[in-house]
Design a binder for this molecule. Structure first.
Ligand code: ASP
Ligand code: MG
Length: 472
């Protein structure tokens, strides 16, 4: 085995115990792999804390800023004191954390003065969590006799300037990754790279979007390249459902890339959705495992669809807090370009749409958006269709009550007769009303929309189909 990338998520570096567990995991991996690179998230809760203060500052409120800065220091200091015995090492990281904390305070004060937090400023603030956790984790590894150092990805990952959701430039990044990391690896070091962040060609810090350090790990995997990427999280791999909704949910030992991509997209919180594609294309192995239960094998993501039990339901997910937006009117019938204008208007609000349906009568288009985006989306649509609304070609543009999108995932679902029947039959038995359905855009999933109050019950009901398959 040659080169391994291991990514530790926020909870995996979020406490003294977690950092200890992570260090033991790296230690064990170095016995089996010639080269190990680590990618880290910020300590759990830190990115939220940073962004919350930036948002408050934008509305002129910096009353909680000092308290937040103290909390930031306290979280990192606790770990430093408990885990780092070497005084020089402790001072070095502690100074770095202090420097970054005062940058946080300065940035928030500047935001408060301007009365506005631009996406660029939000990225500058959000990036600080990983810039603190990486030196901390590197110091912990050194304490465990693992030669290590922190690498700030803003020096090697080149992205475009879409702040808060930046797109990486692989061609420009590759030589930088290799020049920075390969010599360290050859010396036997295990570098700790900041997840989540990059920089524009001009060197301005960007982020890859919330949860983006998985994506960072995938990028490291393809750019170095590595043989395997392991994502360390706080659950036993990929489960058949969210265990908070379905206590009998269990780990899937294996899953195909396409099923995994679908699960990530439809709300399984295990992996950032963009992580998977580049890895499949490069043929790099992917595994998801539990920092707090490292002997559990977790889930292996594999390429070979044929190995899968096609036509079986593998997992059920729910995306909560959505609303359905409906555009209806007889004047829409047979008029080309309405859908294009609808989605152009939605896109102008930077809202992503997880589900779309259109009845064949063409009298209405219906799609889901995150609940908090519904009102901006409605405004944009009313503006875009002002004329049609006035002329009564469109009767109404509205958003319904809060809903959840449930998705049933499994390879070959679309092409297997009877699965949709089982799914909707089951919901019928439970008297759960289905408000919208999307089926067929991929062959590995069926999605349906239900009232948010029924979501938990619906997930359990659908999970029974998996339990039933298992007992057969
Ligand atoms: N720290 C970032 C976040 O909380 C990135 C990550 O954890 O993946 O979104
Ligand atoms: Mg995370």
């Amino acid at each position: 085995m040659k080169r391994l990338v291991m990514k530790f998520g926020g909870t995996s570096v979020g406490s003294v115990e977690a950092l200890r567990a992570a260090a033991n995991i790296v230690h064990a991996a170095r016995r089996e792999w010639q080269q190990v690179v680590v990618v880290t998230s910020a300590m759990s809760g830190i990115t939220d804390l940073l962004l919350e203060q930036a948002r408050r500052a934008a509305s002129g409120d910096i009353t909680l800023l000092d308290e937040a800065a103290s909390r930031l220091l306290a979280r990192h200091d606790e770990a430093l004191h408990e885990l780092i015995g070497d005084a020089a090492r402790q001072t070095e990281v502690s100074e770095r954390v202090r420097e970054l904390t005062s940058r946080f305070v300065d940035l928030c004060q500047a935001i408060a003065v301007l009365g506005e937090a631009t996406p660029r400023a939000l990225d500058a603030v959000a990036s600080l969590g990983e810039r603190m956790s990486a030196p901390l984790l590197a110091a912990v590894l050194e304490e465990y006799d693992i030669p290590s150092c922190a690498v700030d990805a803003s020096a090697i990952l080149v992205t475009d300037e879409r702040f808060q959701n930046a797109h990486p430039d692989l061609e420009q990044s590759r030589p930088k990754f290799q020049a920075a990391l390969l010599p360290l690896l050859e010396e036997g070091q295990t570098p700790v790279v900041t997840g989540f962040i990059g920089a524009s060609p001009q060197g301005v810090v960007t982020t890859l979007g919330r949860g983006g350090s998985d994506y960072s790990a995938a990028l490291l995997g393809i750019l170095l390249p590595a043989d395997d990427v392991w994502i360390w999280t706080d659950v036993n791999g990929v489960l058949t459902a969210d265990p908070r909704l379905v206590p009998q949910a269990r780990t899937l030992p294996e899953i195909s890339y396409r099923e995994m991509a679908e699960l990530a997209y439809y709300g399984a919180k295990v992996l950032h959705p963009k992580t998977i594609r580049p890895l499949i294309e490069a043929g790099i192995g992917l595994r998801i495992c539990n920092t707090f239960n490292p002997s559990h094998p977790g889930t292996r993501v594999y390429r070979d669809e044929a190995r899968n039990n096609a036509g079986l339901i593998r997992a059920v997910t729910a995306i909560p807090r959505q609303r359905l937006v409906v555009i209806e009117g007889r004047g829409m019938m047979g008029v080309p370009g309405v859908a294009a204008r609808v989605f152009a208007a939605v896109a102008s609000t930077e809202t992503s749409v997880p589900l779309i349906t259109q009845a064949s009568s063409e009298q209405s288009i219906c799609f889901a958006v995150p609940g908090e985006s519904a009102s901006v989306v409605l405004d944009a649509l009313e503006k875009a269709f002002a004329l049609e609304l006035m002329q009564r070609d469109i009767d109404r543009i509205w958003a319904g009550e809060e809903v959840a999108i449930l998705t049933v995932v499994g390879a070959g679902i679309r092409d297997t007769p009877g699965i949709a029947g089982q799914v909707f039959g089951r919901l019928g038995i439970e008297h759960i009303n289905v408000l919208a359905i999307a089926h067929g855009s991929t062959d590995v999933s069926v999605s349906m929309v239900v009232d948010h109050r029924e979501a938990a019950r619906a997930v359990s009901a659908l999970h029974q189909l998996i339990e039933q398959e298992e007992s057969q």
